[in-house]
Design a binder for this molecule. Structure first.
Ligand code: GLV
Ligand code: GLV
Length: 314
């Protein structure tokens, strides 16, 4: 039997299925295992299944002498030293596609929530501060329909956001590494920043995108613009974003991801009523998280058998 390490319990039957074909060692807690736990157990493993909170670096890869596959339960792979794994002839597999729609749904939810002040309104009511009957200028937000949506990155998730935006009659512009055959106008980054009413970040995190949106770039956004990010926190320089918000240089932000997760209880972002915050929930639906388990387990087994996994990072 193959020997496999899994760093988190996964929803559904898939880890059980895997245990029919492999000897599974599983971290049972909901918080990430310490690195030392992984290192002390990985030496004889042929496969490891990790989540995005486990940094799979050289040290871990070097401790895993028999490793054939690193299967991550995520679409992002920024937590894995993919180049080094390749060098060591270890396959890296991931779970794109199954989480695309769930993530695009959340992005749209965040966009509407921040534009129409949904979270702020909820807080007003719960705080007992809804004191006047309806009046014409109370808590006005920004119209979503027919406004301009800028999408940074036009991969699967960007395209799913685009599809939703069409239903809202938005004008959509985008910028990405390459042009795509989509019903949206390709523009340079500068134009994207200057013209977007809503800027949605869907690029993955890598050397080129780390802190891509810094003070200088964010300053180019309209004062009336909203920034929405559900990719990786570090694509935005978070300190710079706080500065931009303090200076009222944008209208607001909706963030599902942060440079450090969880964010601190006294994080400066928490003070802004025009910022909507969610705790990294992009793919967090019952259906999607089970399908991610299925894909991650199948990727692992297929790779161990020397067959082609469903999704390999290339
Ligand atoms: C979520 O952030 C993922 O990478 O799957
Ligand atoms: C709002 O509730 C309206 O009736 O215009």
């Amino acid at each position: 039997m193959y020997k496999v390490l899994i760093t988190r319990k996964l929803p559904g039957k898939w880890v059980h299925e895997l245990s029919q074909e492999a000897e599974v060692e599983l971290w049972e807690e909901d918080y990430p295992p310490p690195k030392s736990w992984i290192i002390s157990r990985v030496a004889d493993k042929e496969g490891i299944l990790v989540t995005l909170t486990e940094r799979v670096d050289r040290e871990i890869i070097d401790s895993a002498k028999r490793l054939k596959v690193i299967s991550t339960y995520s679409v992002g792979v920024d937590h894995i030293d993919v180049a080094y794994a390749k060098e060591r002839n270890i396959k890296v597999t991931y779970t794109p596609e199954v989480l695309t729609d769930a993530t695009a749904d959340l992005i749209f939810g965040l966009l509407i929530a921040v534009a129409r002040r949904i979270v702020e309104g909820d807080k007003v009511i719960r705080a007992g501060q809804w004191s006047l009957p309806w009046f014409p200028t109370y808590m006005l937000g920004k119209e979503v329909n027919h406004s301009t949506l800028g999408i940074l990155g036009m991969g699967r998730i960007g395209q799913a956001v685009l599809k939703r935006a069409k239903g809202f009659d938005m004008r959509v512009i985008y910028h990405s590494r390459k042009r795509h055959e989509v019903e949206a106008e390709f523009v340079d980054l500068d134009t994207l920043l200057r013209e977007s009413d809503f800027l949605v970040v869907t690029v993955d995190l890598n050397k080129e995108t780390y802190h891509l949106l810094d003070y200088e770039k964010l300053s180019k956004l309209k004062r009336t613009a909203f920034l929405i990010n559900a990719s990786r926190g570090a694509v935005i320089n978070q300190q710079d974003l706080v500065k931009i918000l303090k200076e009222n240089k944008i209208a607001g932000a909706a963030l599902d991801v942060f440079e450090k997760e969880p964010i601190d209880k006294d994080d400066p972002l928490i003070q802004f009523p025009n910022v909507v915050l969610t705790p990294h929930l992009g793919s967090a639906t019952v259906e999607t998280r089970e399908r991610m388990a299925e894909i991650a387990v199948k990727n692992l087994i297929l790779s161990l058998k020397g067959e082609r996994p469903l999704y390999e990072v290339t």
